[in-house]
Each structure stands twice: as structure tokens, then as C-alpha cells.
Design a protein around this ligand. Structure first.
Ligand SMILES: Cc1ncc(COP(=O)(O)O)c(C=O)c1O
Length: 381
């Protein structure tokens, strides 16, 4: 059996090696390493794929969130509502910009921001909402956008984990995740569903004015060379990454299908086991399985049992991950905001129960069978 990895970027690369190698050499021959033609070509192609008017490439998914928040003209002390159960990048940029993060619960089934919790957290200081499409599942955006509209709040979708996902509106419309809020952001971190061979990110919007401002912010706030109208930053996607991503974008739907195939096989193997909750597939969206995350049920000490499973799997050559062991409201970084005082029972419980299994585009049935057998061996002991 081939060694099992959380992600297998090497074999994925080897399947498209001739195309990728040529594209990288073309960039080197052109020497247009920064802002080359391929960067605008890739951005246009990605805008078409996502279904938005503007795609602004940038250096990584964290910058994408920062630039998006800077473009909204928020003032220090303004509140930004976001789930506590997410990667730190989402929440860190809020604090970095001297805004106030307000953490809300996620729904225990979908792992996404709970619209009811969102509505309760809104105060006169609230200015923006950042739902996170965690593990590849889109947040119930119809409800989020309705609440945002009612309170005149801006919505930034953190789509780092769900690129290629689709949301189904109650009137039958379909939209790609990342295209529904006022702004969407994503990351091309190598392990992401659309991963570069280094860092990268992008920002999406249909709003011309916001797009123009975000372009300026990502480029030192300049309107034309050496004329800097607003404070910005330096955040670029380089041409080599854009060239690779442009090729991988053509394969993205196939990559997602391969991930869903793995998820289907895992689901089948774990079906009807009372101690395992397989990932919920919300009827409102297409889950693109950036992660395949189980919840373990019915144990007195869930974290100890879960950590034991992780250790057992490791001993069998199977990696696994805990995304995320410490929620935002318990991070030291946010102590100043007094967030730990708010009860977050759903989030706290999830941090003790979740475990993510390997899932990627290159997994074969032998690997999947080996993993599921080992998980069941431990769970059923
Ligand atoms: C939900 C979420 N938001 C933001 C980011 C930040 O992306 P990057 O690592 O490209 O800065 C990530 C990446 O891991 C993420 O998972």
C-alpha cells in the first residue's frame, strides 16, 4: 500500500507535471515574475468560475481577509461577528485592524455559523459578519444575507476551505460559495482544494467600488504608480503561482469529485455506527470536502478517547488532525476582548469530539479500506 498522507500534493502534481512544468518555465523565460499576464488571465478565469465580476489576487488567504476588512472602512472598536470554531486567520485579522471580534456559535451538525446565534449577537456597534465555510461546507448564506440586510451589515465569506462549493437558494438559484456575500475570500495554501505550490489568495466581489478599493489596498494604496491615496499593504500573487493555479483550476471540479468519492466511501464504512457521526451534508449546499471530519459520540471523556484514536491511527501509519483544538474564544490572543466569559457549549464540545481523516484527490480504495478498518477497530474495542 502507498503511504497514507493527509494530502498528497506530490502525486497530484505528477498527474499534471508536463503542463505545470511548461507553464513554470514559460514564466521564467518571460521573467514577468510579478504581475505578469498570467496573473490577470488566472484572475479572470477564476472570476468566471466563481461567477463574480471581480477577482483580486493577493499573497494569501489571511491577507485576503485583511484587505477585505480594510476596504469596508471599519473604525476601531467596530464589532465583527465570526464563528469561534474556525482557523485563527479569520479572527486574527479582526483584532489586527483594531476591530472587535465577536464570537458566535456554530451549528453542531454543519459546523457553520448558526444564523440564530448571529442575530442574537448583533449590537449597534456591529458592522460586519464573517461566516466561514468550514471543512468545505457552505454556511446557510440565505439566512445570513437576510439578517445582514435587515441590519445593514456587510458580509465577507471566508471561503478558504470551500472553493468550488455551491449554495442552493430556496427559489432554486445556485451560486458558488464566495460569490454570495458583499466580498468573498479564499486561500491557495498548498493543501487547499485549489492549492498553489506556495502561498496565494484571492478576493471576490461584484461591487465595482469595493473592488477598486481592494485593488488599491493590495498595492500600497496607490491609484497610479507612486501616488498613494490610502494606506494599503503589499499583497501579490506571483506569476509562477498564478500559472500553476490556472492549470489546476481546470481540474478543480475533478479534484472535488475525487474528494467526494473518498467521503462517500468513508460514509458507507461508518454508516450506522452509533459512536461515529459522519459529516452532515447540508441540503442547502454542495459540500466539497476540504476535510472529512468525524464526531465521536457516547464517550465519558470524549477528548481523551479522540486523542487515543489519533495516537492509535498514528501507530498504524495513518495521520489525522484536530481542526481545531482551541476555539477562538479561548485563545490567549483574544483575552483582551473578554470573550472567554461567553458560554459556547457547542463549540467547546466540538473541539473535544472532532477528528479529521486523510482526504485528498489521490487516495485509492486500498488506503480508504485500511483507514476505515483501523478506525472501526479502535472505536469498537
Ligand atoms: C478558514 C481559513 N481562513 C483563512 C485561512 C488563511 O489562509 P492562508 O494560510 O493562505 O493565509 C485559512 C488557511 O488555512 C483557513 O482555513
Amino acid at each position: 500500500m502507498r503511504p497514507i498522507q493527509m494530502v498528497d500534493t506530490k502525486n497530484q502534481y505528477h498527474k499534471i507535471k508536463p503542463e505545470v512544468d511548461k507553464a513554470v518555465i514559460d514564466v521564467m523565460e518571460s521573467t514577468a515574475f510579478i504581475n505578469g499576464r498570467i496573473v490577470s488571465d488566472f484572475s479572470s478565469n477564476l472570476a468566471v468560475y466563481i461567477g463574480v465580476k471581480h477577482c483580486i489576487p493577493c499573497a494569501n488567504g489571511t491577507d485576503a481577509l485583511q484587505i477585505a476588512m480594510m476596504a469596508l472602512g471599519l473604525e476601531p472598536g467596530d464589532e465583527v461577528i465570526t464563528p469561534s470554531f474556525t482557523y485563527i486567520a479569520t479572527t486574527e485579522v479582526i483584532a489586527l485592524l483594531k476591530l472587535t471580534p465577536v464570537f458566535v456559535e456554530v451549528d453542531a451538525k454543519s459546523f457553520c455559523m448558526d444564523p440564530a446565534a448571529l442575530e442574537k449577537a448583533i449590537t449597534p456597534k456591529t458592522k460586519a459578519i464573517v461566516p466561514v465555510h468550514l471543512y468545505g461546507q457552505t454556511t446557510p448564506m440565505e439566512a445570513i444575507m437576510t439578517i445582514a440586510g435587515k441590519h445593514q451589515l456587510k458580509v465577507i465569506e471566508d471561503n478558504a476551505q470551500a472553493i468550488g462549493g455551491e449554495y442552493y437558494f430556496s427559489d432554486g438559484r445556485k451560486m458558488k460559495s464566495g460569490s454570495i456575500g458583499h466580498i468573498g475570500t479564499t486561500s491557495f495554501y498548498p493543501s487547499k482544494n485549489l492549492g498553489a505550490f506556495g502561498d496565494g489568495g484571492a478576493i471576490f466581489t461584484n461591487d465595482n467600488a469595493i473592488a477598486a478599493k481592494m485593488k488599491m489596498i493590495a498595492n500600497h494604496g496607490q491609484s497610479r504608480q507612486y501616488y498613494h491615496d490610502i494606506v494599503g499593504c503589499n499583497s501579490r500573487l506571483d506569476s509562477v503561482q498564478a500559472a500553476i493555479l490556472d492549470i489546476k483550476l481546470r481540474h478543480l471540479d475533478a479534484y472535488i469529485a475525487a474528494r467526494i468519492h473518498v467521503a462517500d466511501a468513508y460514509d458507507a464504512a461508518f454508516a450506522n455506527n452509533p459512536k461515529i457521526i459522519t459529516p452532515y451534508r447540508a441540503p442547502w449546499c454542495k459540500h466539497v470536502f476540504h476535510q472529512y471530519t468525524l464526531q465521536l459520540e457516547g464517550f465519558d471523556m470524549p477528548a481523551a478517547f479522540r486523542d487515543g484514536l489519533k495516537e492509535f491511527l498514528r501507530s498504524q501509519g495513518i495521520p489525522s488532525m484536530i481542526y481545531y483544538p482551541v476555539p477562538g474564544h479561548k485563545q490567549k490572543m483574544f483575552e483582551q476582548f473578554n470573550v472567554a466569559s461567553q458560554p459556547m457549549p457547542v463549540t467547546d464540545r466540538l473541539t473535544e469530539k472532532v477528528i479529521s481523516l486523510p482526504i485528498h484527490t489521490e487516495m485509492d480504495n486500498e488506503q480508504i479500506d485500511f483507514i476505515t478498518n483501523k478506525v472501526l477497530e479502535y472505536i469498537n474495542q
